[in-house]
Design a protein around this ligand. Structure first.
Ligand code: FMN
Length: 154
């Protein structure tokens, strides 16, 4: 088993590397991906409801788990449906780093932030406005437990 990820500004990469360390598994980006391991845990950042890179990896690997890294909570079911995910799925909270975002994505995200402000979700609106990270090792606890159970079954 190995970990493969696609990250735009680094939050997903951080989670992938943390998870690789905890599970003692190799880790590589989707660009580097070679079909040498049968089972893959895939992490992709979420953009406009789509898990980036998932459509590429799904035909090339046996996916044990897919993890979407994004900002909008309570959208798990929508993400599973929109992306046609058929394996175990987890959502992890990522972050915003404006120094690494190109202007188009920056403006798109700012517009999303405005809509959260209008919906009254001040916390998320502020995070999007000012940037910041929600990445934390503690969010990986359940995932590590799940993978350890699978390893135990083999
Ligand atoms: C243009 C754009 C669109 C986004 N759309 C979504 C979205 O639909 N749902 C969501 O949960 N997060 C969305 N996000 C937030 C990113 O998924 C979040 O910032 C993530 O942590 C980025 O990961 P990365 O640092 O690995 O690139 C969007 C971010 C950008 C820049």
């Amino acid at each position: 088993m190995k970990i493969v990820y696609e990250s735009n500004t680094g939050h997903t990469k951080k989670y992938a590397e943390m998870l690789a360390k905890k599970l003692n598994l190799p880790c590589e980006s989707l660009k580097e991906y070679k079909e040498d391991y049968k089972e893959v845990i895939y992490l992709g950042w979420v953009m406009a409801g789509m898990i980036k890179g998932y459509s590429k990896i799904k035909n090339k690997a046996k996916l044990t788990m897919v993890i979407g890294v994004g900002l909008m909570p309570d959208k798990e079911e929508e993400l599973i449906k929109n992306n046609n995910i058929t394996c175990k799925f987890y959502f992890l909270p990522g972050g915003v780093d404006y120094s690494k975002l190109k202007w188009f994505k920056k403006n798109l995200l700012k517009a999303v932030g405005k809509s959260f402000e209008q919906q009254g979700n001040k916390e998320l609106a502020l995070l999007i406005q000012n940037g910041g990270s929600l990445v934390d090792e503690k969010h990986l606890t359940e995932i590590v437990k799940y993978i350890d159970t699978l390893k135990g079954e083999k």
